[in-house]
Each structure stands twice: as C-alpha cells, then as structure tokens.
Design a protein around this ligand. Structure first.
Ligand SMILES: C[S@@+](CC[C@H](N)C(=O)[O-])C[C@H]1O[C@@H](n2cnc3c(N)ncnc32)[C@H](O)[C@@H]1O
Length: 285
C-alpha cells in the first residue's frame, strides 16, 4: 500500500470517530514513518514497508477506539512550538493562547518580570512566556509530579534557561515571593459535567479538568492566594469556562483585585478573567 492509499483508507476508518479524519490519519502516519508533514505531499506514491504498515495500522486502531491523537503521537503544537504530552498532562488547547496574547498586550517584551504559571501541565504557558519575555524569570508549578517532569523535559528540549519548576499546590511553594504576572489555566469543570464522558476529554487526567462542586473551587483558592503574591499593580489572569465569566469576576473583586475584566476567545466566548492588585497599599495607618 502506498501513502496516498493509506491516507484514503484511514480517513474512511476514522469517519464518524473524529471531526478531523484527514489531519488525524496524516499525523498518525507521520508518527509511523518518523517523517515531517511535507513528506506525505512530496511522496504520495511511496510504498509503505511491511513494518511501517503494521505500526500505522496499530496507531489508527488506537484512534478508532477514541484515544486522542496527541496522546498517541505524544506531541501537540502550542503558540509557535511543539511539546511532548503524556496521559499525565492536559492536551494543550488553542484558546489557552489568549493568556499569552494578554501578557504581550500588557508588558513590553524587554521587561524584567517575575511570572508564575499555576498548574503548568505540559508547561505550555510557562514556555511561551519564557520565550516571549526572555529577560523575565518564570516559575511554573503543578501538583502532579509526572506533569512537572514532562514540563521540565519540554523546557529543556526548547533550551530555556529562565523557567524554574516546582511541585506543589498553587502558590504554596512560593512563600514570600511576589510576581508581576500570575497566569493559570486551572481545573474548572464541574464533576457532573457530561463533557467529561465525551471525546478526547475521557482520556485526560480528571485532576487537570475537574474542580469539584461548582467548578470554581480552584479559581477561588488561586485568587485568594494571589492577592498576597502579586506586586503592586501586578496582574492575575485566569482561564475559565465560557459560562463562568461573571462568577470569576465576582471572586476576583471579593479578594480585592481591581480593574477586573473578562476577555473573549476567538469564538467570542468569555475565556479569561484579568484582575490587578492596587498600585499601592491603601490601608489606613
Ligand atoms: C487545565 S490543566 C492546565 C495545564 C496547562 N497549563 C495547559 O493549559 O495545558 C490544570 C493543571 O493544574 C494542575 N493542578 C490541579 N490542582 C492543582 C493544585 N492544587 N496546584 C497546582 N496544580 C494543580 C493539574 O495537574 C493540571 O496540570
């Protein structure tokens, strides 16, 4: 079988399993071949070896059973780079790039900042910010030791020297440390949400997705802790569900953050809420 025929039959196998059968089968075949994407278009008539065909079919079967492509091939693109992902990490989502865009709107790229990424997972936010703000120090934390190991490997393979990784809960590992910018894409799904049983999400770690009860428990904790870990004028920016904008704004205001606003993603959904610590301590003497 040649490349073109495999792609065509793979699309038929994945029809109804995924919204992106052609892209999925291309990525799986590239994994089996160990090649770059242009190879498929340059050599469509190239015959697959028996070994390549066996591997490609095995990968296709895993996708047919619903396993996410990112976990099968072990990688996902984010911002302007690609990272390793494993079953210990969330699969990076394009909407999370909004946090990086907001940071770039607020700060000069030559600025010397202290930045925290809470719940770093595969490390995508810490890595994007460390690349965009090369003179800044980025501190990334996750409760999952396995996720931190993946994030550290990703940082090393991209040769970043300005990220420090910590294993722990939210800002607890940073006693006495204050930041200019704290970003987070925390768990924010209610544990009863039907989406947890659908699509790729079924394979992702619950601890990366679910924040029990109303889905806002972790955002409350982060906001409460952040207010004493932000420098004057410092910024907290947190990703959340599209129906959680008002609730998150209320949480931010309740902890004393100012100029609180919710930003929309490319689909026009509420996605990130931003708040600022006051410019000075206004408490009376
Ligand atoms: C929604 S995922 C986001 C991962 C990554 N930042 C991204 O955007 O792809 C949330 C992350 O928070 C981590 N997490 C959950 N509870 C935590 C806690 N108490 N402290 C630190 N990290 C936590 C999870 O392990 C997971 O990696």
């Amino acid at each position: 079988m040649n490349i073109s025929d495999f792609l065509q039959s793979g699309c038929e196998v994945l029809a109804g399993v995924t919204d992106t059968p052609r892209l999925d089968v291309e990525l799986l075949l590239l994994k089996a071949l160990g090649k770059e994407r242009s190879y498929l278009y340059t050599w469509p008539e190239q015959l697959l070896t028996d070994e390549q065909l066996v591997i490609a079919k095995q990968l296709l079967q895993r996708r047919q059973k619903g396993e996410p492509v990112a976990y099968i091939i072990g990688r996902r693109d984010f911002w302007d780079f690609s990272v390793e992902v494993t079953s210990a990490t969330l699969i990076p989502r394009p909407e999370t790039e909004l946090l990086v865009e907001l940071a770039l709107q607020k700060y000069d790229q030559e600025a010397v900042l202290d930045i925290a990424d809470l719940g770093t997972g595969s490390g995508i936010l810490a890595i994007a910010l460390a690349r965009e703000f090369p003179d800044s120090a980025v501190y990334a934390v996750d409760l999952s030791k396995d996720a931190i190991e993946v994030a550290r490997r990703n940082s090393e393979s991209l040769q970043l020297k300005n990220i420090a990784f910590k294993c722990g809960s939210w800002l607890e590992p940073f006693a006495g440390k204050a930041f200019d910018l704290i970003v987070s894409n925390p768990p924010y799904i209610e544990d009863t949400d039907d989406h947890l049983e659908q699509g790729d999400v079924r394979f992702e770690p619950r601890s990366a997705l679910v924040s029990g009860g109303d889905g806002l428990g972790d955002i409350r904790l982060i906001a409460e802790q952040a207010i004493s870990h932000l420098k004057f004028g410092g910024v907290l920016a947190v990703e959340h569900g599209y129906q959680q904008g008002k609730a998150v704004r209320d949480i931010f205001v309740a902890v004393g953050l100012e100029k609180v606003e919710t930003e929309q993603d490319l689909q026009g959904h509420d996605r990130v809420t931003v708040g600022h610590r006051s410019l000075s301590d206004a408490s009376p003497e």
